[in-house]
Design a protein around this ligand. Structure first.
Ligand code: FEO
Length: 402
């Protein structure tokens, strides 16, 4: 738990979440923070909330107490986004305080009514609407639909130029030293980037076209700090996180970094032997590569690597006339996130019949992956020297395409 003053009258209350799957689905090896913000003018607003589990609501109440904010003094609860990782604690809030207004978008109001049984007043805002808190503090609102849910908006405090963005521009990871980027060197920020990309690719990626629209709407704002619902507050790197998110969004269509992700699975070690050979070739080339075995590696980890890779190598055997099933499961997930336009090569063994290739082509078409494949290569049983030579040639061809 952390309390950080972002600007005069604006305080961040941050709680750390570990050892859960985000959305009960995505691994977070380094956890995540959930950030709430108090904005104090003559009136008090709480911008974004926290989840409703594991004592987190109590933590938020304790943090409010520590900064001498009486829960009953909150007049506005600004909900930039209603997903329960930010709104879940409202059940607990309603037990002690009902005399406030919820501020959210039209879509947010529908979701609020679906989640909560309460007579609390809900004020629906649209682009450009403002709420004057007094004492120079004015919040204005801009919708950014589908970053992440359709209800999403950002709130901007005009005098301090702090932009509250909830899921947008967030990241995974827990930051012990400080919750503000200024406390870290560029090298440290770079070392956290995989957590940001993991968050982006696992949670936001499917909505990348909406991310680009949101950035277009926000990029002319004067910004002192971007204050998201997850991860670091961005002050000196506020422009950079906007640019980084734009870059991540553009990776969806292909032409990502000069990196290759090798995803592989093997039933009895035949494909695995060829994978070792391919990895040696990748290592010798000096190109940056990621390697993940399925089903041992989580979707989230694979997706993080593929998101930044311009090329993908798939190594898997045929299994009952189709692809090795964990590979098709991963590809289905990549399809849902619309990871398109990669250069790709597939190799693998078969025992008595092929079939993996047919399913791969079907998935590539159905999910509109639009991946460009170098001719696949299958070998019967164990890969012999002549098979490895052909595989090496095709891996080299793929590297040369980057
Ligand atoms: Fe952090 Fe979409 O909720």
């Amino acid at each position: 738990m952390k309390i950080t003053e972002i600007s005069k009258g604006i305080t961040q209350l941050s709680v750390n979440i570990k050892d859960i799957l985000f959305e009960s689905l995505w691994e977070m090896p380094n956890g995540v923070t959930i950030n709430s913000y108090v904005v104090k003018g003559e009136k008090t607003a709480l911008v974004d909330g926290v989840c409703g589990w594991d004592g987190v609501p109590e933590s938020l109440f304790k943090l409010l107490d520590e900064i001498d904010v009486d829960i009953k003094s909150i007049e506005y609860l600004v909900l930039n986004h209603l997903e329960p990782d930010h709104a879940g604690w409202i059940e607990d809030l309603l037990k002690v305080h009902q005399d406030f207004q919820v501020i959210c978008t039209d879509k947010g109001a529908d979701i609020f009514e679906a989640f909560f049984d309460t007579d609390v007043k809900v004020h629906r805002v649209k682009d450009g609407d403002v709420i004057d808190l007094g004492d120079g503090k004015v919040l204005s609102f801009t919708t950014i639909p589908h970053v992440h849910w359709p209800d999403a908006m950002v709130s901007y405090e005009r005098s301090s130029q702090v932009l509250f963005t909830c899921d947008a521009f967030g990241s995974f990871g827990i930051f012990e030293k400080s919750t503000v980027d200024d406390a870290y060197t560029d090298a440290e920020i770079l070392s956290y980037e995989r957590d940001t990309i993991r968050y982006y690719s696992n949670i936001i990626a499917a909505f990348s076209p909406f991310v680009l629209k949101a950035i277009e709407k926000l990029e002319n704002l004067e910004i002192f700090a971007i204050a998201p619902g997850h991860g670091l507050v961005w002050k000196s790197r506020a422009k950079k996180i906007l640019e980084d998110y734009k870059t991540y969004a553009l990776y969806q269509k292909g032409s990502a970094r000069k990196e290759i992700t090798l995803i592989w699975g093997s039933m009895y070690g035949m494909t695995a032997e060829a994978v070792q050979f391919v990895e040696k070739r990748l290592k010798a080339s000096g190109i940056k590569y990621h390697i993940h075995q399925v089903p041992e590696t989580s979707w989230g980890e694979v997706l993080t690597s593929v998101w930044t890779s311009s090329a993908v190598i798939l190594g898997m055997p045929t299994y009952e006339y189709k692809m090795f099933p964990p590979m098709s499961a991963v590809l289905e997930e990549l399809g849902k996130k619309k990871v398109q336009g990669r250069k790709a090569f597939r190799f693998g063994s078969y025992g008595w019949s092929g079939g993996a290739q047919k399913e791969l082509e079907e998935i590539n078409d159905r999910l509109k992956l639009n991946w460009t494949f170098i001719e696949s290569y299958e070998f019967k049983g164990k890969a012999r020297d002549e098979d490895l030579k052909i595989i090496e040639g095709r891996v080299t061809e793929l590297i040369d395409m980057l």
